[in-house]
Design a protein around this ligand. Structure first.
Ligand code: ATP
Length: 364
């Protein structure tokens, strides 16, 4: 069925859902556009501040009405209050504070990988770090939350959409021994633009909480670059063990990283340390190392930012080639300098956050 046709059928189904105060959801002014992708359907219901609880059953009814029409697709319905119900203002007006951070079923620990700006190698780092943690005997998953540039499926050679069980729960992809979910698998090309604000945060929440992770020691979340709604929503809802920040040697990136770090500190999210990517150059022919940006700069920058320095990853052309083939260097070239660098970072991370080893599901 064409996407537009399915959207129209869902809208028709929503006319059977009544809203508080009279009328039906299909004609309710707060109903957003219904977005249909290859594997998902998403829409939002925007209500007046204070009406969230009254509309809770509407959301549930809308979900099942839409799901009955959109068989085989994941339905995501978000309920949002108009601007002005942001956390601080809600508290100031005596409205209830947001729900406390809560664990994710089937996931013991979460670390998030962030960066001040795009293109610094955050996704490459997230994926290889996950594989290096797996090599330490941990059961590891990756959640690609980078809505605006989801690259994890490509990096891990994943194609197609994840399976949805009869109960509406996703079965994650498996790649190189990792359980993987990506917001990218939910989008058609060019769709990120329409997945803004509440829709994006709601989509992420459902990917996180409605996936059968099946007993992970660590879930590595690849965050979008910078700081935005997705970060705030995630850190408000979920307890993370900490965030690692990826940066390149350029000062500009560190200035951007500073902004991300400030936000995380304000939100009381633990910072596990700084990773410097594309730090030094390894000549492909001789294997010689060249500190093209000088040495020690990243350690100094980490100290200046009040962060532990977790390690440096070389600038190696084969990283790109491996990534293009969906085989990350930690598994594709385990003896290479970059694989060693990622393994060293995983070891330092486990020293810094030894709780990640708690309840290791497989022997190391
Ligand atoms: N150490 C490295 N050496 C060489 N190339 C690298 C290295 N790290 C990353 N790259 C390449 O840089 C590009 C950007 O990497 P990646 O997608 O991981 O960055 P990102 O910060 O997640 O970007 P975005 O914000 O766009 O998602 C990719 O082509 C990747 O292969």
């Amino acid at each position: 069925m064409a996407d537009a046709e399915l959207a129209a059928q869902i809208k028709a189904a929503l006319s059977a859902v009544e809203v508080p105060g009279g009328g039906d959801l299909a004609s309710f002014s707060g109903l957003s556009e219904i977005i249909v992708t290859a594997s998902a359907v998403a829409f939002a219901i925007a209500v007046k501040p204070g009406m969230e609880a009254a509309f809770g059953p509407v959301r549930v009814a809308a979900q099942s009405a839409a799901q009955a029409v959109a068989t085989g697709r994941k339905v995501m319905v978000s309920l949002t209050a108009d601007k002005g119900t942001a956390t601080g203002q809600a508290a100031a007006h005596g409205r209830p504070a947001p729900a406390p951070r809560s664990p994710v079923d089937g996931v013991r620990h979460i670390i998030a990988v962030g960066s001040g700006k795009g293109g610094v190698g955050k996704s490459t780092t997230a994926v290889n770090l996950a594989l290096a943690l797996k090599a330490q005997g941990l059961a590891v998953g990756v959640l690609d939350a980078d809505l605006y540039g989801p690259s994890v499926p490509k990096l891990l050679g994943i194609e197609g959409k994840p399976a949805v069980r009869d109960d509406g729960i996703f079965s994650p992809h498996e790649a190189h021994g990792l359980k993987v979910m990506s917001i990218g698998s939910m989008l058609s090309p060019g769709q990120a633009v329409v997945w803004r604000g509440p829709m994006a945060t709601s989509g992420l929440r459902q990917l996180l909480r409605e996936t059968h992770w099946g007993g992970l020691d660590v879930l590595v979340i690849d965050l979008p670059p910078g700081t935005g709604d997705i970060h705030i929503a995630l850190f408000q809802q979920v307890s993370v063990d900490g965030v690692v920040i990826v940066s390149t040697p350029q000062d500009l990136a560190l200035i951007d990283a500073q902004k991300a770090i400030d936000m995380l500190r304000r939100m009381d999210v633990p910072l596990l340390g700084l990773i410097e990517n594309m730090s030094y150059f390894i000549a492909p022919d001789t294997g010689n190392r060249y500190d093209i940006f000088g040495s020690g700069g990243a350690e100094r920058a980490a100290a200046m930012l009040g962060l532990d320095f977790l390690g440096a990853i070389p600038l190696v052309m084969s990283i790109r080639e491996h990534s293009d083939q969906g085989v990350p260097p930690v598994v594709g070239e385990p003896d290479g300098a970059e694989a060693k660098a990622f393994r060293g970072i995983a070891e330092r991370l486990l020293l810094k956050a030894p709780q990640l080893r708690n309840g290791v599901t497989k022997p190391a």
